[in-house]
Design a protein. Structure first.
Length: 258
């Protein structure tokens, strides 16, 4: 089902354009995966009536992709919007000298695929095995005329992406390494709470190199700062993919520069 390896960063696989997608035009909408979706208010289709949901499902596809699969590349024709049901995705841009800047980590309920002049503004790559809802851009835009609530959802997603970009500029430009990593951990913690996961154990689907490329730091600085937080009793590190928040209020004060 995977179309082979790409030559890009991390040599990821490339998502085939159609093979992984269930065609909802020919599927039984009574058995559509939305029936079993656990995203609740985070879902793009939350609040639609059964009839509206059937109309959206008629254009929607679902894809299951492996970790390290490239969903699309920066500059590719922007043909689809995506919403994450399960798993995590990273968005990044490549500089002319080959360096990578990760601009976002996305989780269940997040919507992405916005474009600039008809092309994707970034590359999207699966961090983990991912289940996605996929919406053809032209068909979704036509559906806006019948279901204006979906157009508002897309507008909200655009505003959220712009707000995240502003936060990222502040993070990269004005904060110290300690403040950056504290901000990163607190943001993940709050995202977990928004998904109803009220626990202090954070799952980190991204590696230290990804965290470094997101925060504009070196891998060594990320590791050293996390170890420092552990020594201070702010966090514990059960393994490379988990962080246990022990003093959330103290981390939040560091993130805010207090």
């Amino acid at each position: 089902m995977i179309a082979g390896k790409d030559i890009g960063v991390g040599n990821p696989s490339v998502m085939p354009p159609f093979e992984l997608v269930i065609d909802r035009d020919r599927a039984d909408t009574a058995c559509m995966p939305c029936t079993f979706c656990g995203l609740g208010e985070l879902a793009f289709c939350h609040g639609l009536s059964p009839d509206q949901m059937r109309r959206l499902a008629a254009i929607m596809g679902q894809a299951n992709v492996e970790a390290d699969t490239t969903l699309f590349r920066e500059g590719d024709p922007s043909q689809h919007f995506y919403s994450i049901s399960i798993g995590a995705v990273k968005l990044y841009k490549l500089l002319s000298d080959g360096r990578r800047q990760i601009t976002a980590f996305l989780f269940p309920g997040d919507f992405f695929g916005l474009s600039i002049q008809g092309g994707y503004a970034y590359t999207a790559e699966a961090l983990t095995p991912v289940t996605l809802c996929r919406f053809p851009r032209r068909k979704l835009e036509l559906l806006f005329q019948e279901l204006p609530v979906l157009e508002k959802r897309l507008l909200d997603a655009t505003i959220n992406e712009l707000a995240a970009a502003h936060d990222q500029m502040l993070l990269l430009g004005r904060k110290t390494a300690r403040e950056k990593i504290a901000t990163f951990l607190v943001a993940l913690w709050r995202k977990m709470e928004a998904r109803g996961e009220r626990q202090a154990l954070l799952n980190l689907p991204m590696g230290r190199a990804d965290i470094a490329d997101y925060l504009g730091l070196t891998i060594e600085t990320v590791s050293r700062t996390l170890t420092g937080f552990k020594r201070e009793g702010l966090i514990s590190l059960p393994d490379a993919n988990h962080v246990h928040i022990r003093q959330g209020a103290a981390l939040t004060r560091i993130a805010e520069g207090a």
